[in-house]
Design a protein around this ligand. Structure first.
Ligand code: THU
Length: 148
């Protein structure tokens, strides 16, 4: 498997751990680290809806908590409406929301990488690959604060 299919497959597995009883939309994210290891996340919703956490943000926070924020070199994400068993469904690729793009930009800046973002679906072979700079042009970042 190449990078995109590997990360989309890992994101699919991660989506099984989504806590999404309100939207019933499961999202999984998989980060590739420099050494080839993969860190995943899934969305974590809250009864106070606005507090919900996206899969990509959970994955970045998990990598950061392991001291590995600077090692993220690519991401795969998938999402889809949950079936009765809680599995994500659908063949339309999902791309990161605006807040997640900004969160990913922090990791990208720390790694010095214009992150490949592999957007997949819960089912099927469709994958759209972007660079983060395409998804978040002219991003606000550490340089705007005089850092780096
Ligand atoms: N969601 C993500 O996890 N990542 C995104 O980039 C978009 C949306 C989640 C948030 C919420 O739990 C559900 O998908 C529906 O919006």
């Amino acid at each position: 498997m190449n990078e995109a299919t590997t990360l989309v497959a890992a994101a699919r597995r991660a989506s099984a751990h989504a806590h999404a009883p309100y939207s019933r939309f499961a999202v999984g994210a998989a980060l590739l680290l420099r050494d080839g290891s993969i860190v995943t996340g899934a969305n974590v919703e809250n009864a106070s809806y606005g507090l919900s956490l996206c899969a990509e943000t959970v994955a970045v926070a998990t990598a950061s908590a392991a001291g590995r924020l600077r090692e993220i070199v690519a991401i795969g994400v998938i999402g889809g409406a949950m079936d009765a068993d809680g599995n994500a469904t659908g063949t339309t690729p999902v791309s990161p929301c605006g807040r997640c793009r900004q969160v990913l930009n922090e990791a990208a800046q720390m790694a010095g990488v214009d992150l490949p973002v592999h957007c997949g679906a819960a089912e099927g072979d469709a994958i759209r690959t972007y660079r983060l700079s395409e998804l978040l042009p002219d991003a606000f970042g550490p340089a705007d604060l005089g850092i780096g």
